[in-house]
Design a protein around this ligand. Structure first.
Ligand code: ADP
Ligand code: MG
Length: 238
């Protein structure tokens, strides 16, 4: 199989002591494009992004960035190669300030990275709160910080794991605008989502995962025109 994208995931396998979760995942992300990844709870979406990032050890298959084999590398090496993860549940450090988060993240930057000041220009809300402890931010502000922490590394690929989780609709729209802006800047984006409104609003293409494999892929308008497939694969009304 010839790699087609900036990030190519080729037959990726991984799991935990309890057993294999990913049974050979194939994905390809292109610069400036957003792929929405949907799937019921527990199918392996988080395990996929964690394995790409090197946080779960791959047991088979390959992760390639621009043709370079990153399979089995350490998470910090993968970050420096240009992949950033916005993890599910945000995973911010409550007792560090906003500024400290961005300074720490910049250490894993590709090349010189972007400065915290660039992020404050992009996100004035974070600038106002730069000296506050992240644990005191609202859920939406924490999600913005988690995204800023990824962007400060100047990534070529961003993996977002359910960024809308627990956020009010207005904030979800703001997160959507940030994701679109990333892609407009040339980043290849994987958006794992349960919120179909957000996924449909920003993704160019939709992939669906079931039982540790990709079982469907189509462009977003085609997926929206086919509610029977959405119902069958996701068990919901799309
Ligand atoms: N740290 C872990 N240790 C053991 N099993 C896990 C761990 N994380 C997830 N799993 C299991 O792996 C499967 C896939 O989980 P996950 O990747 O979180 O799915 P999703 O993100 O699609 O909801 C589930 O059966 C889950 O219980
Ligand atoms: Mg998950």
């Amino acid at each position: 199989m010839t790699p087609a994208g900036l990030l190519d995931v080729l037959g990726l396998r991984s799991g935990y002591r309890q057993g294999t979760v990913l049974h050979g995942v194939y994905l390809s992300l292109k610069p400036g494009r957003i792929l929405g990844l949907l799937g019921r709870n527990g199918v392996g979406k988080t395990t996929l992004v964690m394995t790409v990032m090197g946080l779960v050890r791959p047991t088979g298959g390959m992760v390639r960035l621009d043709g370079d084999d990153l399979t089995g590398r350490r998470p910090d090496e993968i970050a420096r190669a240009g992949i950033a993860l916005v993890p599910q549940g945000r995973r911010i450090w409550p007792t560090l300030t906003v500024a400290e988060h961005l300074e720490l993240a910049a250490r894993h930057a590709r090349g010189t990275g972007r400065s915290a000041d660039d992020m404050y220009q992009l996100l004035p809300r974070l600038a106002e709160r730069r000296r506050q402890l992240a644990g005191q931010l609202s859920g939406g502000e924490q999600q913005m910080l988690a995204i800023a922490r990824a962007l400060v590394t100047r990534p070529r690929v961003v993996l977002l794991d359910e960024p809308s989780e627990g956020l009010a609709p207005l904030l979800v729209d703001q997160i959507g605008a940030m994701i679109k802006a990333m892609a407009a800047g040339g980043v290849a984006v994987l958006l794992v989502e349960q919120d179909l409104h957000l996924a449909f609003g920003v993704a160019d293409e939709i992939a669906v995962m079931a039982k540790g494999a990709i079982v469907h892929r189509s462009d977003t308008p085609a997926f929206r025109r086919d509610p029977a497939t959405a119902r069958r694969l996701l068990g919901i009304q799309a």
